[in-house]
Design a protein around this ligand. Structure first.
Ligand code: ATP
Length: 427
């Protein structure tokens, strides 16, 4: 869809935002004998990819904590790596629709509150004072025209990008700075914020089995190869890709790569740590990540190779890290943010992924809610119970998924029907 061209009202304050990028940790454990190894080029950072949306996987706070250093160094001044502010404020709907379901008694605990958030990139005002809440049990789709800051708001929620103004509260605790800036191992009050990025970023030099099993190779060295293989096989089966373990990413279609990435995100060790072995804490993961950045990434940044392959490393490491925490070790309560998880997938594959999103949240009791940015009607229908509509930097409509297709609010009607006539102006 062409981007809306209507300029967004400036935020109240716009300060120069430093480029922030997440470099994910890649511990050394994978390099043990017999473990998959990464190519030298895989350890390089790509400004292009990091500034864009090339990462895929659940990026845990621990993994993302290492992003800043290398990112700042590599990307300072990179034009494609800025972020937008999306602000959603309760009762700021410009279209008059109710911002929240009316049956307040049934509403769960407020996990996340975005209050009056704004974000600009240079002179481009993307988010212009939006506010909304995510509650326990929520399955929320964020929709809106291209370029309205949907991905940006996810990054702000995840603590990967700072808003220019406004606040984000996690369980009532205001987030201060970025995850990478401080000791924000948890987003706040025991709530982790995991993010599944848009593109399927896989290690090109590893087989599907090695990609999917990366977390286990990395964080569960006590597991035998046979057991890792069994978990990989099960994970691939769940995403409908049995029997492709020996293939390389280059031999897969885009949709298959995305599903492999999902398989990587949902794999679990299925067992507890061996007696006497404590699971890694977030602090340990962070320290290990920082060490890796120091030893590998920053060194590679001084080289001239900028092929973007490291993005896949970062992504996979992020996924690995999150998977490790999902692997039966530590189960912090979590909200998951999906950025266009079904983009580019055929309808059947989309349904598969949508069902998986629901299944995973049903099966994993520590996943309290999820938010999905999507353009696909099927994803709204199948994976979301509630819809937040963004336009011109604000939440302009909010309602139940089933209301999205039937709403008489002009902007919603135009968008849901793909009409050229209406308040959304095409380029
Ligand atoms: N790091 C950045 N630097 C400069 N501009 C940026 C940066 N990140 C996002 N933008 C701009 O902010 C706007 C919103 O981007 P964002 O990716 O959040 O939109 P979106 O609603 O997710 O779009 P789409 O639906 O096309 O994925 C776009 O115009 C984009 O070019």
């Amino acid at each position: 869809m062409a981007p809306a061209t209507t300029p967004v009202a400036p935020c109240r304050t716009t300060r120069a935002s430093a480029t922030r990028v997440q470099v994910q940790p890649l511990g050394a454990a994978h390099a043990r004998a017999g473990r998959p190894r990464l190519s030298a080029s895989s350890s390089r950072l790509s400004a292009r990819a990091l500034g864009g949306r090339a990462l895929v996987g659940l990026a845990s706070p621990a993994s993302s904590s290492v992003a800043a250093a290398a990112a700042r160094r590599k990307l300072s001044g990179a034009s494609g790596s800025s972020f937008v502010c999306l602000a959603v404020a309760p009762n700021q709907s410009s279209s008059g629709s109710s911002l929240r379901p009316s049956d307040d008694d049934e509403l769960g605990e407020v996990l996340v509150e975005v209050r009056d958030v704004c974000k600009s990139f240079g002179s481009k005002h993307v988010l212009a004072g939006a506010s909304f809440q995510i509650r326990r049990g929520d399955r929320v789709a964020i929709v809106g025209p291209s370029g309205t800051g949907k991905s940006t708001i996810l990054k702000i929620l995840a603590g990967l990008v700072n808003p220019d103004s406004g606040s984000v509260y996690l369980r009532g605790v205001q987030r201060q700075g970025l995850i990478s800036d401080s000791d924000n191992e948890n987003g706040g009050e025991g709530l982790r914020v995991g993010m599944v990025f848009q593109s399927a970023a896989l290690f090109d030099s590893l087989t599907v089995e090695q990609n999917v099993g990366f977390t286990l190779y990395e964080h569960h060295p006590h597991m035998s190869k046979e057991r890792v293989r069994a978990r990989v096989t099960e994970s691939l089966r769940r995403v409908g890709l049995s029997g492709i373990e020996e293939r390389y990413p280059s031999e897969l279609s885009g949709g298959m790569r995305k599903r492999v990435a999902l398989a990587r995100a949902i794999i679990t060790s299925g067992d507890a740590p061996p007696p006497g072995q404590s699971p890694k804490s977030f602090a340990e993961l962070r320290d290990s990540a920082k060490k890796w950045v120091d030893e590998k990434v920053l060194r590679s940044l001084d080289g001239d190779d900028d092929d973007g392959d490291a993005t896949t490393v970062a992504a996979a490491a992020a996924a690995a890290d999150a998977q490790a925490s999902n692997g039966g070790d530590e189960m912090d309560e979590e909200i998951i943010l999906y950025d266009e998880p079904t983009a580019g997938l055929d309808p059947v594959s989309s349904t598969l992924v949508e069902n998986l999103m629901r299944d995973i949240s049903n099966e994993c009791t520590h996943i309290l809610a999820y938010v999905v940015v999507t353009h696909q009607a099927s994803t709204i229908r199948n994976a979301a119970d509630r819809v937040i509509f963004l336009h011109e930097g604000r939440v302009v409509w909010e309602g139940r998924s089933e209301e999205f297709d039937t709403s008489d609010v002009p902007i919603v009607r135009q968008f849901s029907r793909g009409s050229l006539d209406g308040p959304i102006k095409s380029a």
